[in-house]
Ligand binder design. Structure first.
Ligand SMILES: Nc1ncnc2c1ncn2[C@@H]1O[C@H](COP(=O)(O)OP(=O)(O)O)[C@@H](O)[C@H]1O
Ligand SMILES: [Mg+2]
Length: 194
């Protein structure tokens, strides 16, 4: 039987002069993929940002695994298992691919110093999932193409082992091949109940 993981009830959100969301209801079963379709300005990004803890709703409830939740920040949403890949990328250009993917979660050694070898190895493992062996974990993000940056952003979101993964127009800067890779990986995640 389908198991509901997330329910959104009556969510509204206004910005000065515009009601971006008007009593939105939405529910999500484990291991399913949804596409949210709408014209520019329909409120898609706003809904994702509320689920990701960036904005709070004016009214309505978010129920995660049966419990009402209120995310104070994107970290709070992250900790509860919701990971969002935003349209505006959040990568730090003058840090490496590895440092970006594991930002604030770098593996440390007994002295609490960053364990660089482990960091690079873990990053290589993640890059392999996407068959991106051509990207070096030590490369600065500023040296990557836009498409590669998009993929790094996606890997960063996937690396926290989320229960719910939300993408805001993920293919907008991807090539056809990268888009296919993305869909293959989404199907793998789906099979794992994500
Ligand atoms: N931070 C903001 N401040 C003011 N208005 C906003 C803000 N974010 C979104 N809006 C407005 O809310 C509406 C929905 O925008 P958005 O959620 O970005 O739509 P979509 O992602 O579907 O294109 C639009 O009218 C947009 O101009
Ligand atoms: Mg948008």
């Amino acid at each position: 039987m389908a198991e509901t993981i997330l329910e959104v009830r009556g969510i509204s959100k206004s910005f000065p002069g515009v009601k971006a969301l008007d009593k939105v209801d939405f529910s999500l079963d484990k291991g399913t993929v949804h596409a949210l379709v709408g014209e520019n300005g329909a409120g898609k990004s706003t809904l994702m940002m509320i689920l990701g803890g960036v904005y709070s709703q004016d009214e309505g409830e978010i129920i995660l695994e049966g419990n009402p939740v209120n995310f104070e920040s994107s970290y709070a949403a992250n900790r509860k298992g919701i990971s969002v890949v935003y349209q505006e990328l959040s990568l730090v250009p003058n840090l490496s691919v590895a440092e970006n993917i594991f930002a604030y979660r770098q593996p440390v050694n007994r002295l609490d110093l960053i364990s660089w070898n482990t960091l690079y190895r873990q990053t290589e493992d993640i890059l392999k999932i996407f068959e991106l062996d051509d990207i070096n974990p030590k490369t600065l993000v500023s040296e990557l193409s836009m498409a590669q940056r998009q993929v790094v952003e996606i890997l960063k979101a996937m690396s926290v082992n989320p229960k719910i993964l939300i993408f805001d127009e993920p293919t907008s800067s991807l090539t056809e091949v990268e888009t296919k890779e993305l869909f293959i990986n989404l199907n793998k995640l789906k099979a794992e109940g994500i």
